[in-house]
Design a protein around this ligand. Sequence first.
Ligand SMILES: Cc1cc2nc3c(=O)[nH]c(=O)nc-3n(C[C@H](O)[C@H](O)[C@H](O)COP(=O)(O)O)c2cc1C
Length: 289
Amino acid sequence: MTQGVDITPPHTRIELEQQLISPEFVTDTIRVLTGHESIRSFDSTPIAAEVLEAILVSARSAPTSSNLQAYSIIVVEDEQRRARLAHLVGDQRYVADAPVTLIFCADISRLTYLAERQGHNYAANNLEMFLLASIDAALALQNALVAAESLGLGAVPIGAVRNRPSLIAEELGLPAGVFAVAGLTIGYPKPGVRRGVKPRLPSDAVVHREQYSAENIEKHVSDYDEVMIANGLYAGRQVASDPQIPDAEYGWAEHTARRTSKPETLVGPSAALRDHLKDEVESRGFSIN
Ligand SMILES: Cc1cc2nc3c(=O)[nH]c(=O)nc-3n(C[C@H](O)[C@H](O)[C@H](O)COP(=O)(O)O)c2cc1C
């Protein structure tokens, strides 16, 4: 169901890329998926309990490795907690404005409890388990995002919950064995904030047939740069570098290269703390060896 969805043309990536896909294959689900754009401006309309439940049951319906269900979701609705959370994730204002933020956590605490309950020795704490639990959490997040968008809500993932893992854990009362992987801020978009779907790299750049091929990387990058420069997404948002270059030459390639050369610019003001992510993850009770 896509009732109430406020979208500006082009409505979906299929239309943006002028893909020739017959209408019978463009289901409501595919329209929602290909119409995704992150929303960062919300009005104060609350999310009805039933609507939130529909989002949560969708999240819990995601596939989960070996049915371990090694994740948990913290629902944050309290206004003061939302404000503190917004601050902890680098003062991302929309986290305070939106009525709900869901925090998706990798969670092995239930598994260690089970081992003990059943009289076994928990011996699965390694990198694979951290990855598995993080993937479970990410899949649940994506299901929640799609469900929310199908209901006319807007949302944005919040990876910045990993900026200050211990403070986030304290705020959310996370026990050992639970690590906040990413949040999802959800609300009704303010009118007019939808800009339309953000162009992606051409399909051939990321979709490889049978075997990986980087053969046309130069063409893919320069074609995409042209699109991104033309739509002005990075205008006035240059990552500091000497020398600065005109916005008309500053596209995804330069923006991305500057960001990966200064990883602190990927994660915002409190990013330096992510330098200690390995220690933070281990102090939450995971092992990543
Ligand atoms: C794991 C993950 C973490 C993200 N963290 C943030 C965040 O902390 N703040 C934010 O404004 N956007 C965040 N985003 C949103 C991305 O910036 C956005 O998805 C990307 O720019 C593509 O734009 P689109 O979602 O509108 O297509 C995150 C996205 C993902 C997948």
